[in-house]
Design a protein around this ligand. Structure first.
Ligand SMILES: NC(=O)c1ccc[n+]([C@@H]2O[C@H](COP(=O)([O-])OP(=O)(O)OC[C@H]3O[C@@H](n4cnc5c(N)ncnc54)[C@H](O)[C@@H]3O)[C@@H](O)[C@H]2O)c1
Ligand SMILES: [Fe+2]
Length: 403
């Protein structure tokens, strides 16, 4: 059997190659419209670039609550023919993507506007990629497996969480395989996006909390990544500061437009950081909670984060201390060790304040070996984590999350 120290050395070498690639590769960013009402400016830009037939990819709930009304009115006024695919559900599946693709083809659409949370944006990304690549979604999972450029893609996030509007990733669930896998390719970054806080004022508190904690996890894992770069550090720290300040505000007063707009920007910054520096074990484990129990992505991250930070701490005390400073937790006499502990304790207290439990009710002992195996497979293929763990350690960590 290969000793774990040798495996760790091999992972480190692989991550160094990834870091060099991330340094060299251009990571495109969308042309960004920002501020209340910016989603309508994006519609104007979509018309200006000559789009005549557009597929809007969204979820039925958003159509039902009328969130899409302004955009439909604007596109009609601009003379853009549009078709609405509203079959996306949280954690979109291959079947939902194929149904959207069918609608796109039937109506001869030439571009995709993804409108909604990360689920709608990810589904929109993959539909746009499937339209130009004749291979099943499964074969596009992993790094750089999209050959042809997708159809022109535009994104309007309605949650401040995933930052999918700027990332190279799209996450797709496959209920048959009980898996949740990411497609990662710079071609998946939308051409244009709008951060419009006015679409977020009606987000219910539970979704606000979960999505906000997802954005925080992106910032934290990107900052702790050994593949972090000076610019990803700046974005990650800025996002952390904004989230620590404004997430409690929007949890108290969801209608606070200024705070919603700051959260939209924070989520974008956090995603700029993680799309290059990567995430870590929190996401790897949380993705599997999503695949097994359908735990909302951000809620799963929020639950797992303190456990993984406790484990990682010996290898990243200084960086945890910087995160504590960015969160406004530092006092003059605090040592780095004290600050690191304060940061982890603060995440636990935010969870408590937002009604996010310390443990996952649904987690079953018999699933833990398979969850740990899948999480480690995901993490060790692309995440540059500060402290590696082997299978027994991962299983023990997950067992702590059981009620
Ligand atoms: N592509 C990436 O880089 C990336 C990063 C992180 C997570 N993800 C993926 O994104 C998905 C999660 O996305 P999410 O957390 O944004 O949630 P979501 O898109 O799954 O939406 C969650 C719920 O919120 C509702 N909702 C969304 N906006 C609303 C609004 N403004 N008002 C009222 N209700 C609203 C939706 O109808 C839905 O019921 C997961 O599949 C996750 O794995 C992707
Ligand atoms: Fe995430």
């Amino acid at each position: 059997m290969i000793p774990f120290s040798a495996k760790t050395a091999a992972y480190r070498t692989k991550m160094k190659v990834l870091k060099t690639t991330a340094k060299i590769l251009p990571f495109p960013k969308p042309t960004l419209f920002s501020g209340p009402g910016s989603s309508l400016e994006l519609c104007e830009a979509i018309a200006q670039v000559g789009t005549s037939r557009l597929l809007i990819v969204t979820d039925a709930m958003l159509v039902k609550i009328g969130l899409l009304d302004g955009i439909q009115g604007k596109l009609a006024e601009l003379g853009v023919d549009f078709f609405i695919y509203d079959g996306v559900q949280p954690d979109p599946t291959v079947a939902q993507i194929e149904a959207g693709l069918e609608m796109l083809k039937m109506n001869g659409c030439e571009a995709v506007l993804a409108f909604g949370g990360g689920s709608s944006i990810d589904a929109g990304k993959v539909i746009a990629a499937r339209a130009t690549n004749d291979k099943p979604v499964r074969k596009m999972e992993g790094l750089f497996r999209i050959f042809h450029a997708p159809l022109p893609l535009y994104a309007i996030p309605t949650t401040a969480g995933t930052g999918s509007e700027v990332t190279v990733a799209a996450v797709v669930s496959d209920p048959e395989r009980q898996s949740k896998a990411a497609l990662m390719d710079p071609k998946l970054v939308p051409a244009m996006a709008a951060l419009d806080g006015s679409l977020m004022t009606g987000l219910p508190p539970a979704i606000t909390a979960a999505t906000g904690m997802d954005a925080l996890t992106h910032a934290v894992e990107a900052y702790l990544s050994v593949n972090a770069l000076p610019d990803t550090d700046s974005y990650a720290l800025a996002a952390t500061g904004l989230i620590m300040k404004y997430l409690p505000v929007v949890m108290e007063d969801g209608q606070n437009l200024e705070a919603r707009q700051h959260m939209a920007m924070a989520s974008y910054y956090a995603a700029v950081a993680f799309t290059r520096a990567g995430v870590g074990y929190v996401h790897a484990i949380a993705h599997n909670f999503g695949a097994y129990y359908h735990t909302p992505h951000g809620r799963a991250n929020a639950i797992v984060m303190p456990y993984v930070l406790d484990y990682s701490k010996p290898e990243c005390i200084g960086r945890l201390a910087r995160l504590a400073e960015a969160s406004g937790l530092a006092q003059e006499a605090d040592t780095e060790a004290v600050l690191a502990d304060k940061f982890i304790a603060h995440i636990r207290s935010l969870n408590e304040r937002f009604g996010i439990p310390q443990k996952l009710d649904d987690l079953r002992a018999e699933d833990i070996p398979a969850i740990a195996r899948a999480a480690l497979k995901e993490a060790h293929s692309t995440y540059a984590v500060p402290r590696y763990m082997d299978r027994p350690t991962c299983e023990a960590l997950i067992r702590q999350i059981m009620v």
